[in-house]
Design a protein around this ligand. Structure first.
Ligand SMILES: NC(=O)c1ccc[n+]([C@@H]2O[C@H](COP(=O)([O-])OP(=O)(O)OC[C@H]3O[C@@H](n4cnc5c(N)ncnc54)[C@H](OP(=O)(O)O)[C@@H]3O)[C@@H](O)[C@H]2O)c1
Length: 344
């Protein structure tokens, strides 16, 4: 089997490893990868050797966590999946693997293209930026940073009932944002940004900012543009691998004075009306478990309303994987959605 291994900063190689043992445990699935998707922000940081990410393994380590493949064999206890199912998992960039049926895995509806479905975990995180900040339809939402997660938030905004405004650091990305459904777009270094947002929102202001960029200036823009009493959903890993902070992030005039809410978006969130855990509730578990949230995003794709593949700029053979990492390292603005093909 083939697997992408990061041996150290900027040293990514495809390794040939022994194929997995097919004596499966009862909950195991054997999956062959069709494609995997590049998660630019986090993957680039790992590639650069940026500050240690919580939970990151030491070198050498695998990379990536959006993998779409087909189930080829199942363990004796597997009931919800069958051979031939197309699934999306959080497995790393590799050609085949064993995966536990109870881990983060969702079945892809038949009419959803693999190139859309492979982004479902990333788009689920984009959706969490709305959910965790108690988004209400009709609100004005500014998405700062137009990378994969930012574009996901932009694409979902109109479906959720948001007026969605992209705030990028390049014109190219503003164009891409428009293609994904942004109602408006501005550059973050526009000297008249606040005034333009005020005009765009008819003086109502930005209710929710979704921050998907790591640099502190992007955070500063967030707290500057959010309206008094508004919320900032922070999904980026602020300051990671960036210049040091040179201002007070909780300055009186922005944090206290405006009475804003800062919300960390880090994965699952509790549901307002949870299922009970008794027999009567059928032990359904968390209504907003990650897999259930992913199912919802896949349903939006199945309806034909959400098409991440519109943002695919590169389709690469797995042997060329390090090209994508180098482009991310150079912060190439023409590269956004990247798919690695694993038909080994
Ligand atoms: N919370 C979680 O569970 C979680 C999970 C996954 C990822 N993340 C984090 O989420 C973030 C977004 O991921 P991603 O894959 O979408 O990353 P990405 O592709 O790097 O997107 C961030 C974008 O923001 C841009 N940017 C930087 N400063 C800006 C500014 N001042 N104004 C406007 N745009 C600015 C970046 O441009 P440059 O390239 O020029 O800097 C980049 O295009 C990353 O920090 C990642 O580590 C968090």
């Amino acid at each position: 089997m083939k697997k992408a291994i990061l041996k150290g900063p900027r040293d990514l190689k495809i390794k040939t490893l022994e194929s997995p043992n097919l004596n499966l445990g009862p909950d195991d699935l054997y999956i062959k990868t069709e494609i995997s998707a590049f998660k630019i922000g986090t993957d680039r940081g790992n590639y650069e050797g940026a500050d240690i990410v919580p939970g990151a393994d030491p070198y050498p380590r695998g990379v990536g966590d959006s993998n779409l493949g087909t189930i080829e064999k199942i363990g004796s206890n597997v009931k919800n999946f069958k051979i031939g199912d197309r699934v999306v998992t959080r497995a790393e960039h590799q050609s085949e693997y064993i995966y536990n049926q109870n881990a983060s895995i969702v079945k892809v509806p038949e009419n959803v293209d693999s190139e859309d479905a492979v982004f479902c975990h990333l788009y689920t995180l984009s959706a969490q930026c709305y959910r965790k900040a108690n988004f209400t339809p009709g609100e004005n939402v500014a998405v700062i940073g137009v990378g994969v997660l930012g574009l996901g938030a932009i694409a979902l905004g109109p479906l959720f009932g948001a007026r969605t405004i992209a705030i990028a650091n390049s014109e190219i990305r503003l164009e891409m944002a428009k293609k994904m459904g942004a109602h408006a777009g501005f550059l973050s270094n526009d000297e008249d940004l606040n005034q333009k947002l005020e005009e765009y929102s008819n003086g109502q202001g930005i209710d929710l900012v979704i921050l998907t960029a790591n640099p502190w200036p992007a955070y500063k823009t967030s707290v500057d543009i959010v309206r008094p009493g508004g919320r900032v959903s922070i999904v980026s890993l602020l300051g990671r691998g960036e210049k040091e902070l040179d201002f007070n992030p909780l300055a009186l005039e922005t944090f206290y004075g405006k009475g804003i809410h800062l919300v960390a978006v880090n994965g699952e969130s509790a549901y307002l009306y949870p299922h009970g855990s008794t027999e009567r509730h059928n032990n359904r578990g968390d209504r907003f478990s990650w897999n259930n949230l992913c199912d919802y995003v896949l349903a939006l794709m199945s309806d034909g309303n959400l098409e991440p593949k519109k943002l695919i700029t590169h389709r690469l053979d797995y042997t060329d994987i390090s090209q994508a990492y180098d482009m991310a390292f150079e912060r190439n603005k023409n590269m956004l959605g990247v798919i690695f093909k694993w038909n080994t």
